[in-house]
Write a protein that binds this ligand. Structure first.
Ligand code: GAP
Length: 429
């Protein structure tokens, strides 16, 4: 019997109990919109970013990587339009002083205190976090924590063309932190203030943008498949004109059926020549690309697939979270694709007070660890408890060393999804 619908609470609870995700600064009472990743969370996150990099950078000859600084010259954010337009409408209740995003609530009644007619006019609130550079706290020293990784790519476009001169079309990819002072962070890691993005800016000839956009639109499903996401739970939303970001002429949001409902997982945008043209205007430096073999010059247009790591984590956890019943007992396990699983194998001696079993199990553990790296030693509690723990972490295989191992050099390998056990020769592990 498999439970069909997963609640957000199930995922939050498992993520905490098994050391995947903790509330930021929890010991001090927490801080809204920030999360910390525990031992298994950080490995799952790395496995996701490694898979992304392998698929979109290392696995392709037309995409190169960069790693730009988080704090950039503030002129970047003036030219990109973020200083003027990266805003959300903010309303404040005159009765209880709670603040909300005006476009996310019914403003006739305060969702906090329940009073009607307590909101005034919405004010546009800029979501960029400000800081100051150097010892003097003045308007001249203001800088911003980047709200998107994309600008670190656009500002390096000229460097890459001048130093590497890739064939057109080509992409530049970056994975890194971004910061948004969200008015209402919510739903666990779905909307946070410190996030991680995985973005590609794909530079194309202006006549080719539609072809490239359509190619990305289908290629993205290979990524969803590698994450183990059910394609039937992914829905495309062609974002209407008035809802698109200021830089986009076309955007498709890929929505996923999260436990909180159908919401944006990632976006694919046609950014035109908006960013390169703005950099050219602001700096006076040419952003033109000279077509190889023709002397034909143009400012490339850009297709941008933009992936948010927290939302990927949440979708992967929601998809993997499974409940079933084994011999009448409820069991929870994470059906993670093996490439994403934070632990690949768990190795245990059947009994921890039998030195000969422990010695043999340690040998097997060390050999597997050398080969697969993410191998866990677990001799806590009885074997049933160890299996339950590993099921919740999403470990695909548990290897148990017992007295038969000493006699015939075979071990029990137990499968996470079926719970079936098999006797396997140590040399075949
Ligand atoms: N460079 C384009 C860009 O940043 P976006 O639609 O604002 O576009 C891209 O963000 C992706 O980043 C979203 O689809 C989402 O996955 C993720 N994202 C954006 N804001 C987020 C937030 N506050 N918390 C978690 N993820 C967020």
């Amino acid at each position: 019997m498999t439970k069909k619908k997963t609640d957000l609470e199930d995922i939050v609870s498992l993520a905490k109990r098994r050391g995947f995700i903790y509330q930021g600064s929890e010991v001090y009472g927490g801080i809204s919109g920030f999360y910390d990743y525990g031992p298994f969370g950080v490995t799952l996150k790395r496995n996701i970013t490694n898979l992304w990099w392998k698929m979109f950078v290392d696995g392709r000859e037309d995409i190169l990587g960069v790693d730009a600084a988080i704090i950039m010259n503030p002129k970047v954010w003036q030219a990109s339009g973020h200083v003027d337009t990266f805003t959300d409408p903010l309303v404040e209740c005159k009765n209880c002083n709670s603040r909300f995003r005006a476009d996310k609530i019914d403003v006739s009644k305060c969702p906090n205190c329940g009073k009607s007619g307590t909101f005034g006019e919405a004010k546009m609130f800029n979501m960029m976090f400000k800081t100051n550079i150097g010892p003097i706290d003045s308007d001249d020293s203001i800088a911003y924590l980047r709200p998107e990784t994309a600008q670190g790519i656009f500002t390096n476009y000229k460097n890459i063309v001048d130093t590497i001169y890739p064939d057109m079309p080509f992409g530049v990819a970056q994975i890194g932190k971004a910061f948004r002072n969200e008015i209402s962070p919510r739903d666990f890691i779905f909307r946070v203030r410190e996030l991680e993005q995985m973005e590609v800016e794909y530079f194309v000839h202006p006549d080719e943008w539609e072809k490239s956009f359509e190619k990305w639109r289908t290629d993205i499903y290979v990524w969803f498949k590698a994450l183990g996401l059910d394609a039937a739970k992914i829905h495309e939303l062609d974002v209407p004109d008035n809802d698109r970001a200021h830089y986009s002429k076309r955007t498709i949001d890929f929505e996923y059926e999260f436990p909180i409902g159908k919401e944006e997982l990632m976006g694919l945008a046609y950014r035109t020549d908006f960013d390169l043209l703005n950099i050219q205007k602001a700096t006076g430096k040419s952003m033109e690309y000279i077509q190889k073999g023709s002397n034909n010059k143009f400012i490339p247009h850009v297709i941008e697939p933009s992936f948010g790591l927290e939302r990927v984590m949440m979708a992967v956890l929601a998809e993997a979270y499974t409940e079933d019943e084994i011999n009448g007992d409820k069991r929870i396990y994470l059906k993670l694709p093996p490439e994403l699983a934070p632990i690949k194998f768990c190795v245990s001696p059947l009994l921890k007070n039998k030195p000969e079993l422990v010695k043999k199990a340690r040998e097997i553990y060390v050999n597997l660890q050398k080969k697969y790296h993410n191998v866990m030693w677990d001799d806590n509690g009885n074997i049933g408890k160890r299996y339950r723990r590993q099921d919740e972490i999403g470990t695909p295989k548990c290897v148990v060393i017992d007295f038969d191992t000493l006699a015939d050099d075979t071990v029990t390998v137990r499968d996470r999804d079926t719970t079936k056990q098999k006797r396997v020769s140590v040399k075949d592990l």
